[in-house]
Design a protein around this ligand. Sequence first.
Ligand SMILES: Nc1ncnc2c1ncn2[C@@H]1O[C@H](COP(=O)(O)OP(=O)(O)O)[C@@H](O)[C@H]1O
Ligand SMILES: [Mg+2]
Length: 243
Amino acid sequence: MTLASAPGDAILETQALTARYGHVRVLAPTDIRVRTGELVAILGPNGAGKSTLLRAILGLTSTTGQVMFQGKPLPRGDAVAVSARGVVLVPEGRGIFGPMTVEENLQLGAYRLGRDKPEFERRLARVLELFPRLGERRAQLAGSMSGGEQQMLAIGRALMGDPKILLLDEPSLGLAPRITAEIFEKLATLRDEGLPILLVEQKAPAALKMATRVYVLSLGRIAASLDADQITSHEDLAQYYFT
Ligand SMILES: Nc1ncnc2c1ncn2[C@@H]1O[C@H](COP(=O)(O)OP(=O)(O)O)[C@@H](O)[C@H]1O
Ligand SMILES: [Mg+2]
């Protein structure tokens, strides 16, 4: 008998998860699942509730329902406890510290590590291997880098915390298609290395290229759940976007 989860087991699962702002419910009861080995994309137009869903998973908004992670409920309203479980969000707008250097931002991502220098160096080497440009710019102020480089730094910083699952909120926002493609390729690499990823995106074509599965979120509810290879054209998705 082994306790390790077999490939394909659900690692993250929302169970009738809802969210509200004040009296307004913006997320209907939602059941989504990310399995080991998956890169799941949540697609939907502006205002559909994508960021709210991620915040609800982290327990940062007023919610009902439950989020199971590795078979156990995730705590609600306790961001530190959630990140200690290995659930890490790269937020919309990246959330990096502009007046600090690249290296200082990466150090912040590993703050829970304490003084374990060898482990820190191991994580840093992995991040710099994935994003060599961050290595070239270690001493540069984060705020002076391009949008694409800042996004790489935001992902790199999240990886310094050694996440068990990575949640990303519109990493392509404001980036040129070529840079978006480069970043998404790195996400696919991470997925192939065994890191499950839940990605929220408005830009469907870029996300579809590397997603294994797709949920379409429309007006605060899941309108469709599709295997990425079922989607052959933009029209397949558009029907859900506008209903
Ligand atoms: N802090 C907030 N207070 C009140 N309403 C909000 C807040 N944040 C988002 N909303 C509303 O919730 C809905 C979903 O927003 P959001 O999750 O940001 O969508 P998306 O990320 O898909 O663009 C929208 O109608 C938005 O106006
Ligand atoms: Mg959003």
